[in-house]
Design a protein around this ligand. Sequence first.
Ligand code: COA
Length: 260
Amino acid sequence: MTASPVLSRDADGVRILTVDRPDKLNALNRATLEALDAAFAAAAEDAAVRTLVLTGSGPKAFVAGADIAEMNGLSAIEGREFSLVGQRLMRRIERLPKPVVAMLNGYALGGGLELAMACHLRIAADTARLGQPEVNLGLVPGFGGTQRLLRLAGRAAALELCLTGVPIDAARALQLGLVNRVVPAAELEAQTMQLAAQLASAAPLALRGVLDAVVLGGECAIEEGLQFETAQFALLFASEDMREGTGAFLEKRKPQFRNR
Ligand code: COA
């Protein structure tokens, strides 16, 4: 049996998924896209998983893109399928009912940046480099990059990155709002795990409400988004965790959320 291209380990409610093809800078071939899709689907269903961290193996790369060697041999019909498999994975991550943090430990290029942008939060090592270099291959981003980059960082940045194909450093990515935080490479894991632990101890139903309202709300008109926010807000009054959170505040103690 061949080893899975995605490693999984759990620590106190946090599932850490690692793309594990370091000799190919964790490039996304079809098998890796499918393994990631299955791993995220399983994590969504597993009540013990409260939050996820996604990263890449080795010191150089988060993910250096879709697998160029594999793409080189595809027909147009197969290329469409490859794009749809990638887009499906990215959408699954974006719509996951639990927070996903991308830990950018190096190159996040092409499909790697698309993968990072599908996650809810991004922490980058100061050594990371981000870009959409597909144009250098005679391609356009095909896993949602043109759309998510546009929405995250605006039209000027999306056009600059996609038209030039030139990668940017982590500091510039922070300026553009493309990452939430930049930390020294030596502190990346500790700081990411600290954030993940915080998310893992929060009220899961409230986190889910935030993810639904922000992700879906960002895709519709404000009137619809506001109605949606009210529906999420109202629903949480039916949860035990809301009584616990408000009760703990009034009793001046730390809340214990139970995902109910
Ligand atoms: N697809 C397939 N293989 C890839 C890859 C990708 N996207 N990115 C890197 N690799 C492979 C290289 O072919 C090489 O394999 P080999 O040792 O069998 O020759 C290995 O990973 C190491 O990469 P290498 O290029 O030698 O490392 P480097 O440190 O010199 O350069 C990069 C690093 C990221 C600048 C360079 O690998 C690169 O430009 N990669 C492609 C980025 C890209 O265009 N991504 C978008 C794809 S849509």
